[in-house]
Design a protein around this ligand. Structure first.
Ligand code: HEM
Length: 411
């Protein structure tokens, strides 16, 4: 999964080594759509030394569909994991056997059964600040909520929340934790130590579940079978590791992007308050427009070609999902945010065989958050004079001061 920041055409291959999102103008992370548009107008496929950046929908689709050439194996993204993450870093045909067992576990019906618990979590968080005039949306809501949902799913006590946050931050943004440059020796050492701690943490919890099974996801993994055999301990660990990094920050970033957008667009916010039935369509449109996971990375395992641009074996291929989602060649009124679209085939959850396993859970979390929040807090705005800073790659806002009653003009 993408991390930190998206490339500019001025970067060298050294800059992008290991992660094409390693350095980005903060303005690009805040409002990437104009930069995407400019890039597509100049070149829909941008070859750089060792990398190829894809900005058009057709080109991104080609890379995501052609998994025989463009692999998401361990050379695509290195998070200091010792084995491939399951199922993200497994290529077809093996990939399919994992999705076959995981898809039913994360199916819409299964997720719908969590709606009551998810609604309670949102309301419990809102209870803490509803009467206040201002909050930090990031630290008081958007980072806590998805982590709490995971604790429910994994059957773990809420006291584990700080451990989960430390583990996912240490893997996804180790350089933020160590306050050093991206891929500095300190941050790599920290990421490695965190990765080791993630394996150790889940080993211990799984041992406990083995002794004393519960009605939770971890206990379920321990008895799940592929072709008549149980998942091995390594396989279960490699699934848990991926879920931890795939399912928390992505939802946090999406909440940040959506609430920042709605704080700045009172008319559309009012639409949601006055007619909550618009929420599912609004959710899809904001996923399209904001595309919180800006891009995903593949590694070319043989020579290939995309839209006439040669791709050499070993090249890193960066599919800019946000650019594909705002490609005027594919989407009508691509630059207009409309809650009345009847067709919205966005790629915010990726595409092809690795399309997001957790999209139904993510949609449930986002839909409930939008519904409960706007029922209870219809007016809010970004604190005066604040320019929100977005992280690149996965567009979250680490410091998000929010005023809980919008200025009179915005009501
Ligand atoms: C709004 C929130 C989310 C967004 C925007 C998002 C986005 C994505 C994207 C773009 C991919 C494709 C990665 C690639 O092909 O390289 C992906 C895959 C994945 N996501 Fe999500 N995701 C979200 C929430 C979740 C949640 C809540 C879970 C946990 C259940 C999850 C689990 C996964 C897994 C396991 C994969 C890998 C699937 C595979 O390789 O077959 N995601 N997600």
């Amino acid at each position: 999964m993408a991390e930190s920041t998206a490339p500019t055409t001025a970067e060298t291959s050294e800059d992008v080594e290991g992660d094409p999102f390693s350095r980005m103008d903060p303005e690009m992370a805040r409002a990437p759509q104009p930069a995407y548009r400019a890039m597509r107008a100049a070149m829909r496929v941008v070859p750089m030394d060792g990398s190829v950046i894809l900005g058009g929908r057709a080109e991104v689709d080609e890379a995501l569909r052609n998994h025989a050439v463009y692999s998401s194996n361990m050379s695509a993204v290195d998070l200091q994991n010792v084995r491939p993450l399951i199922p993200l870093q497994i290529d077809p045909p093996e990939h399919k056997q994992y999705r076959r067992i995981l898809d039913p576990i994360f199916a819409p019906k299964k997720m719908a059964a969590m709606e009551g618990a998810v609604t309670d979590l949102v309301n419990d968080l809102i209870d803490r600040f509803e009467d206040r005039q201002g909050i930090n949306f990031a630290t008081e809501f958007s980072t806590l909520f998805p982590t709490q949902v995971f604790l429910v799913l994994f059957g773990l006590p809420v006291a584990e929340l700080p451990t989960f946050m430390t583990m996912k931050d240490g893997i996804i943004r180790p350089h933020h934790v160590t306050s050093t440059a991206f891929r500095s020796p300190e941050s790599v050492t920290y990421q490695k130590a965190t990765a080791d701690s993630v394996y150790a943490y889940f080993e211990e919890v799984l041992d406990r579940r083995q002794q004393d099974p519960q009605d939770d996801l971890l206990s379920q993994f321990l008895v799940t079978e592929i072709d008549g055999r149980r998942l091995t301990r390594h396989e279960v660990l490699d699934i848990c590791f991926l879920l931890l990094i795939a399912g928390l920050d992505t939802v946090t970033a999406t909440l940040d992007c959506m609430f920042a957008y709605l704080a700045g667009h009172p008319d559309q916010r009012r639409q949601i308050c006055e007619d909550p039935s618009v929420i599912p369509a609004a959710l899809e449109e904001l996923l399209r427009w904001e595309t919180p996971v800006m891009g995903i990375v593949r590694s070319a395992v043989t020579d290939g070609e995309i839209a006439g641009c040669p791709v050499a074996k070993g090249d890193q291929v960066v599919a800019l999902l946000g650019s594909a989602n705002t490609d005027e060649a594919d989407v009508e009124d691509a630059d207009v945010v409309r809650f009345d679209r009847t067709v919205n085939r966005h790629l915010a959850f990726g595409g092809g065989v690795h399309r997001c396993l957790g999209s139904h859970l993510a949609r449930l979390e986002l839909r409930v958050a939008l519904r409960e929040w706007h029922r209870r807090i219809p007016d809010y705005s970004i604190a005066d004079g604040v320019q929100l800073v977005y992280t690149g790659g996965i567009r979250s806002i680490e410091d998000f001061p929010m005023v809980l009653s919008a200025p009179p003009g915005a009501r």
